[in-house]
Design a protein around this ligand. Structure first.
Ligand SMILES: CC(C)(COP(=O)(O)OP(=O)(O)OC[C@H]1O[C@@H](n2cnc3c(N)ncnc32)[C@H](O)[C@@H]1OP(=O)(O)O)[C@@H](O)C(=O)NCCC(=O)NCCS
Length: 186
């Protein structure tokens, strides 16, 4: 039987980013980025109405101990050269150690490799700190940047898609997964 999931706090560092555990205090610093409508083009979410709205959302997700025994892990991505926040990575760790990954990079900072850099660090952390066995991402088939991102990270597309809806219109999500290689990390 697997041991219960325990939250491992702390900041992760990459060559250009500091990945800070998300707190409600990040809301005013990230509001402008999250207010961009383009960010939500292929996902079932809407921009926050104002800073307080975003703060409430961050308050809800900042407690890592989620219903059903899951852990919700969220990292605010801060560029170390100037302290500017460029996006967010979210990981939902299920008790069976399968993790669902989601990510946002604000449009002013897109195509600079920040999502790839942050996700690489998060995935490595998930293998080591949470004994994760597999990381998954379900992605609208039209979301080219997100599909390119996971493919560049080595995720494989699974055979079956998910039939879904996006803002009331029928759509299809592609299912991707990355399996941990080798034995459990000790
Ligand atoms: C998906 C997203 C996070 C990518 O962020 P990013 O920082 O621009 O991505 P990166 O610069 O790290 O690029 C990663 C890879 O994807 C490719 N890529 C990114 N955007 C692309 C685009 N528009 N067209 C083609 N390839 C693209 C890059 O070339 C790179 O591939 P490489 O490593 O082989 O060169 C960003 O577009 C985003 O926030 N989208 C809106 C939110 C969303 O849909 N999230 C996904 C579902 S939760």
């Amino acid at each position: 039987m697997k041991a219960p999931l325990l939250f491992v706090g702390g900041t992760l560092n990459t060559s250009r980013l500091s990945l800070e555990p998300l707190t409600p205090g990040h809301a005013p610093l990230m509001y402008a980025g999250f207010a961009e409508p383009d960010l939500y083009r292929w996902i079932n979410a809407e921009p926050p109405a104002n800073v307080d709205d975003l703060k409430l959302r961050f308050e809800r997700i900042a407690n890592p101990y989620a219903p059903g025994g899951e852990l919700w892990l969220n990292w605010a991505l801060r560029r170390t050269s100037d302290g500017v926040y460029v996006g967010l990575v979210e990981a939902t760790v299920r008790p069976d150690r399968i993790v669902f990954l989601a990510y946002y990079v604000f449009s002013a900072h897109a195509r600079q490799g920040f999502a790839r850099e942050a996700c690489t660090a998060v995935i490595e952390h998930l293998w080591r700190a949470y004994d994760a066995t597999e990381v998954r991402a379900d992605i609208d088939f039209r979301n080219v940047p997100s599909r390119c991102l996971v493919e560049s990270l080595g995720f494989a597309r699974r055979a079956r898609n998910i039939v879904t809806t996006l803002r009331g219109a029928p759509s299809v999500d592609c299912r991707y997964r990355l399996r941990r290689r080798g034995p459990p990390i000790r």
